[in-house]
Design a protein around this ligand. Sequence first.
Ligand code: HEM
Length: 242
Amino acid sequence: MKKSDPETVNDTIIISYLMINLLAGAETTAVPLRSVFYYILQQPAVWARLRQGLDTIVKDKIKPVTWRDARLSPYLEVVMREATRMLPGVAMNLERYVPEGGLVIPPVPTSGGNRNDAPAAVAENGMFFPAGTIVGINPYVMACNTSVYGADVDVFWPEHWQGVEEPEPPNERGGPAFGAGARVCIGKNLALLQAYEAVATLVVRYDIELAEPTSQWRITNSWFPRQEDGLDGRLNGRAGGH
Ligand code: HEM
């Protein structure tokens, strides 16, 4: 890069590129990992169903579960989606400039609609924004839309996602938590691989329980919604010798 673009790229810029990847990939991945365990450990039925499903897929329970195996579990898929919906790794507006010509943004239905509505049904009465306006969507707010997820948006319920076709191409996994379009998270596939492998491995290999099951976490949102408290747990090798 220094050779092809010497005016822009020097050693300091390269260090900054690397630092951005480290910073962008750390807390963002930690947030959904914490969320998954916070929610599934509060719901023994979810934990049991997840483990049962993974047990049928993962033959070697000694080695870390591979992405190849982890992605075969439909229930892990909906658990991960739901944990990321409840608390996305980034929970502030993902901003964009409106391009030349302006943009009409259709209103989001606040009630009565559902995810199968034709776009035309929600495009009426859109609002016009001139070029240069900054617009954005907060993935957390988007995930609270009752017209999409139903009235129980505050409840961790993986079945919110069942019946939703896996969109093509497969890297549509992850939903709005990773942004979209030209500036979509470039670490998305790496992050999903890491998270699916980590969750599957821990669920298959360990018995885990919350130290204080009724303790609630506290969330401080400053771009990353950091969780504190409510997550202390006990981890033991799996009973039964797996
Ligand atoms: C679960 C984990 C992660 C989440 C939830 C996440 C989320 C996001 C979001 C919301 C954006 C902004 C997208 C937009 O504006 O449309 C973003 C951008 C970015 N992410 Fe991630 N990220 C994760 C992991 C990672 C990892 C592991 C890396 C690097 C190894 C990474 C590197 C980046 C970079 C460099 C950008 C800026 C892309 C650009 O502006 O072109 N992210 N991420």
